[in-house]
Design a protein around this ligand. Structure first.
Ligand code: ADP
Ligand code: MG
Length: 271
């Protein structure tokens, strides 16, 4: 039977995002735990639209590498909530902050799961557009799942360009700032691979690649760094396989960047 809002009780706040709050909740009858993302229409109509879009996309997906949707609620006031699979270790961002940087074998396990998720999404014509550590959820079995589809896009035609400024600017790929220079046959999917590359880079070195440690990001500096400097290099401690994998993710020319399916065959993932 479908779950209603009366069947669940709020336990604690898991996170705040752009305009919404995510709660840990319990289904009263079964004691099952879920995450509930709530957005109030009065405070934020844009976030409401995003959470509806997220629901729309999650309804079409069924993959072990994408967070599961368990319900959608809408009040007459326009407030919206989605009920999600609960991921008890939080995000890769919190893991980085609490436990420090990741080893290569941990990163290979992360990369494999996110790439399986991306290859599933891309095959279903969905571009996530906001891949970053705080949108990748983890549970105690070290399963990693893609979440937060608020700015994602479903492609109608393969060559339907999708160059709008959505997502987190820092993780945006060169072709999204400058499609004429780096775009080639820009179709949008490669942008998710760039963001994954930066995400793995950050989890390995402990800070966002285009900034030095502790430097505060500002939009113009980042855009210049992403478009005009060479892709960041991993420290020498990184293995040849990892260096090569990173190069395949961070090719500035989006046509040369490997696809999710290609990256799944890369030697780095064999460890
Ligand atoms: P926003 O669009 O506001 O960024 P997110 O979906 O990214 O919303 O959620 C915000 C935060 O809430 C996440 O960074 C994470 O800490 C927490 N969160 C979201 N979904 C879950 C979930 N299914 N399980 C556990 N924590 C979650
Ligand atoms: Mg988020």
């Amino acid at each position: 039977a479908d779950i209603t809002l009366n069947d669940i009780e709020k336990l604690e706040v898991l996170g705040h995002g752009n305009g919404g709050t995510v709660y840990k909740v319990r289904h009263k009858r079964t004691s099952a735990i879920y995450a509930l993302k709530v957005v109030h229409n009065s405070s934020d109509p844009i976030s409401c639209r995003q959470v509806r879009r997220e629901m729309d996309i999650l309804r079409r997906t069924d993959s072990p590498y994408v967070v599961k949707l368990h319900g959608f609620f809408e009040k007459p006031s326009g407030d919206v909530a989605i009920l999600l699979e609960y991921m008890d270790l939080g995000t890769l961002d919190t893991l980085l902050k609490n436990n420090g940087t990741f080893s290569e074998s941990q990163l290979a396990a992360v990369a494999r799961q996110v790439l399986n998720g991306l290859s599933y999404l891309h095959a279903n014509k969905i571009i996530h557009r906001d891949i970053k550590p705080s949108n990748l959820l983890v549970n105690r079995d070290m399963e990693v799942k893609i979440s937060d589809f608020g700015v994602s896009k479903v492609m109608c035609r393969t060559l339907d360009a999708c160059n709008s400024y959505v997502g987190t600017c820092a993780y945006m790929s060169p072709e999204r700032f400058d499609p004429d220079r780096y775009g080639g046959n820009y179709d949008g999917y490669a942008a998710d691979i760039w963001s994954l590359g930066l995400t793995l880079f950050e989890l390995y070195v402990g800070h966002f690649p285009f900034l030095s440690e502790g430097q505060r990001p500002d939009w113009a500096t980042l855009m210049c760094a992403i478009c005009f400097s060479d892709p960041p290099n991993l420290p020498e401690s990184a293995s040849d396989e990892f260096q090569s994998f990173m190069e395949c993710c961070l090719k500035k020319e989006s046509n040369e960047r490997w696809t999710a399916a290609q990256l799944l065959t890369h030697p780095f993932l064999r460890q």
